[in-house]
Design a protein around this ligand. Structure first.
Ligand SMILES: [Fe+2]
Length: 382
């Protein structure tokens, strides 16, 4: 029997759970926290709520909000300086995937010397990290439960995938209330990211029964609630289900890793300042088509999870319907469908393909991938 490893942080899920953050810090022995966030979250008022709560718990705190979409190496290095200057002993991340990835990278650098580039790849971290508490506000990245941090190498214009169990936060506080301030564009983009996490982790070479259960539920919830979540920011039922979908997809992919969509998406995102979920939306149907041959059974499951009812068709046919249903969802919510819409230059395809081939996420793609396959997939997605 294969060895199954499965890791998770403590998870606190529910409306208004953000108010527990001070107690969580105290429970982990923190007394002086670095709160990493971004300007959008500060404007939406969530940062103030966290600060207020930390003050009530008697904690010292420093805020750091200079994090941008697709967080950069120099941003997390600046965060380390601030952490060390202020003698902090824990890291809180409040925001979307970029902010949480950055908060985790700052925690990494606070106890490990060198450049963030030194930690690219799997299991490169040498020293334990300080306590990390993460509060996702986008229902998308799953970074609050994952062993991933994706940071941009600004010199090489390349996203670095850092994977280590040390990056799994101690506590994830998932409060669906925070989703009401999210824009429609972000709801679309992060929602497709959740679907991609669910699908890629379900068909991953490293999937196990422990990850499948979470991946399947995430796919099913996205199929049922992403449309209504996009339609209204005040639909609390849809928001709560999407927050759960994001969480479960995060649990699945943290343990089963991902595949070619994410490997290719990281290559594009390293060069263009576009939303990660938008790139996934464009690539996902094409990569599904390519991967179908590797696991028709699981592709058929995806079709049933997304609403297929007919039990009397072959697995390959059902798998093709899964791709059709994903395309329909992307179309219905108005997510991007062509790389040319993002103004990506086709002269960069070869270099991006090479970068994607060497991304850590490619290792668990269910079908063997060559450089030619990737180039072809990029061209199909044009
Ligand atoms: Fe993702």
């Amino acid at each position: 029997m294969n060895v199954h490893k499965f890791v998770l942080p403590e998870i606190i899920f529910g409306n208004y759970t953000l108010s527990q953050i001070g107690d969580c810090c105290l429970r982990l022995g923190a007394s002086n926290v670095l709160i990493v966030s971004d300007e959008g979250i500060a404007e939406a008022g969530w940062l103030d709520k966290v600060v207020e709560n930390c003050k009530e718990a008697g904690l010292k705190y420093t805020t750091f909000t200079d994090i941008t979409v697709n967080p950069k190496d120099y941003e997390v290095e600046k965060g380390r300086e601030i952490y060390l200057e202020n003698h902090c002993d824990a890291v809180i991340g409040v925001g979307g995937g970029s902010t949480i990835d950055a908060a985790k990278a700052i925690a990494l650098l606070s106890t490990n010397e060198g450049h963030i580039r030194d930690y690219e790849g799997v299991d490169k971290i040498k020293h334990p990290l300080p306590p990390q508490i993460m509060v996702p506000t986008t229902a998308g990245s799953g970074s609050e439960v994952s062993q991933f941090s994706i940071i941009l190498n600004s010199e090489e214009r390349k996203k670095m995938t850092i994977i280590s169990k040390s990056l799994i936060p101690d506590i994830a506080i998932v409060d669906p209330e925070t989703l009401v301030t999210k824009s429609t564009q972000l709801t679309i983009s992060t929602g497709i990211d959740v679907l991609t996490h669910g699908i890629e982790s379900y068909i991953s070479l490293a999937a196990t029964p422990l990850t499948d259960v979470h991946a399947k539920n995430a796919i099913s919830l996205v199929g049922q609630y992403l449309r209504s979540s996009v339609a209204s920011k005040y639909n609390k039922e849809a928001k709560t289900h999407m927050a759960m979908a994001s969480l479960q997809a995060g649990i699945a992919f943290s343990n089963a890793i991902l595949g070619a969509v994410h490997a290719m998406s990281h290559a594009v995102g390293g060069r263009y300042p576009v939303l990660h979920g938008d790139i996934n939306s464009i690539l996902l149907p094409h990569v599904m088509e390519f991967n179908l041959l590797a696991n028709p059974e699981k592709f058929a499951d995806i079709a049933y999870l997304l609403g297929l009812k007919d039990p009397n068709i072959s697995k390959m046919e059902a798998g093709k319907i899964a791709i059709k249903l994903v395309n329909e969802l992307i179309e219905d919510i108005g997510a991007p469908q062509k790389l040319s819409e993002l103004e990506v230059k086709d002269s960069e395809i070869t270099e991006m393909s090479y970068t994607a081939l060497h991304d850590a996420c490619m290792l668990t793609n269910p079908r063997d991938v060559t450089i030619d396959d990737i180039e072809q997939l990029f061209r199909k997605a044009w």
